[in-house]
Write a protein that binds this ligand. Structure first.
Ligand SMILES: Nc1ncnc2c1ncn2[C@@H]1O[C@H](COP(=O)(O)OP(=O)(O)O)[C@@H](O)[C@H]1O
Ligand SMILES: [Mg+2]
Length: 341
């Protein structure tokens, strides 16, 4: 059946009709929107882009006038604030329109790394020990946390604020980096035990019945001596740097016996513990002793064709348009609280 799909995104990310005349950098900015648009066309759905930045009225207007079957939600922020992303998902729920991706409660819980780690701990899912530092408070590592620690924003994504200097080995370095997060990123800082090991992620699809895709790995094949193998902002986004230091992402090979199954099972438990739906991606580090430590759950991972979720789905035999169709179906089938009300 051909669906009316409203694709919700930032107003600056509405893709043009053709790639011609656009630089690689420009294309990168709206590559996800472009890929989704192409897939929707291939699936013969009717797509309309809905671009917003700081006004919700266009959403209501389009939903009322055009009555889309589903909103494809690609919006990552509201009024340039990432933490407001969740409120737009809530607004869609209040409007009563089905939407793709995670429900607002799941986004809220997963996006707050401290809260989600507390929930994981309750479920005995291994996640590194941590401490949150708010601006104005004393910055000291509690005794139970030994160095090295890694300092990150409690609620930012995409490695924003993560660099080599994020891994700290003394009180002084800790204080410096915590202040950096407060001042430059503008959020509370989370310091957690640094886990040496392989950088893994696993994608999950589903509402009640969950499917996991093959464990995915980021490898650092050519890092200069002394560089710490972590997914910094640069490692994730700077193509030239990725080439230089040999960053490769792909299926994790030669995992220890049983590790892939254990990781898949932990990913499903996390998905349920946080009440996620639609699709998500769980980041982990696999320590040399074979223990998998969960770093975070991404309730709104990138669905770009070239990114981990779609690539790992493809490895499992789910072609990109099929993945997009499955995401639409899950969005339409999800029964949020308002359906019961
Ligand atoms: N406890 C940790 N031990 C080792 N590396 C970590 C740890 N926490 C984060 N990292 C590194 O920083 C990257 C980004 O951290 P993550 O918690 O996934 O936040 P983001 O939301 O920015 O992706 C991870 O992919 C990993 O390389
Ligand atoms: Mg991550």
């Amino acid at each position: 059946m051909s669906l009316r799909v409203a694709v919700l995104t930032h107003e600056d990310l509405i893709p043009p009709e053709t790639l011609k005349g656009h630089s690689e950098q420009e294309i990168e900015a709206w590559a996800t929107e472009w890929d989704v648009m192409r897939a929707l066309r291939e699936l013969k759905h009717e797509a309309r882009f809905l671009g917003i930045s700081d006004d919700l009225r266009p959403i209501r207007q389009l939903v009322e006038e055009w009555q889309p079957h589903v909103v494809f939600n690609l919006l990552m922020e509201f009024r340039d604030v990432g933490a407001f992303q969740v409120h737009v998902a809530s607004y869609l729920e209040l409007l009563g329109v089905p939407s793709t991706g995670c429900n607002s409660r799941g986004i809220l819980l997963a996006r707050d790394k401290a809260v989600s780690k507390q929930i994981l701990r309750y479920h005995h899912i291994p996640t590194p020990n941590f401490r949150v530092f708010s601006p104005g408070g004393r910055i000291r590592a509690p005794k139970r946390l030994g160095f090295p620690l890694i300092v990150k924003s409690v609620d930012e994504e995409a490695s924003l604020g993560i660099a080599q200097a994020s891994v700290v080995r003394s009180e002084e370095q800790l204080q410096e980096r915590v202040k950096f997060i407060h001042e430059k990123v503008g959020s509370d800082a989370l310091a957690e035990q640094y886990v040496d090991g392989r950088e893994l992620t696993i994608s999950v699809l589903g509402n009640t019945r969950l499917e996991t895709f093959p464990v995915w790995e980021m490898e650092f094949r050519n890092l200069p001596e002394g560089t710490i193998p972590i997914a910094t902002d640069r490692a994730k986004h700077d193509l030239a740097y990725q080439k230089k230091v040999g960053i490769h992402t792909g299926p994790a090979r030669d995992l220890p016996e049983g590790a892939a199954e254990r990781i898949a099972s932990v990913a499903r438990r996390i998905y349920r513990a946080l009440g996620l739906c639609g699709y998500a991606r769980i980041d982990l580090r696999l320590a040399p002793d074979g223990r998998a430590w969960v770093l975070e759950a991404n309730a709104t991972p990138d669905v770009q064709r070239d990114e981990d979720l779609a690539r790992s789905a493809k490895t499992a035999g789910v072609a990109y348009p099929d993945l997009i169709q499955r995401i639409l179906d899950l969005g339409m089938r999800y029964r949020p609280q308002w359906k019961r009300a």
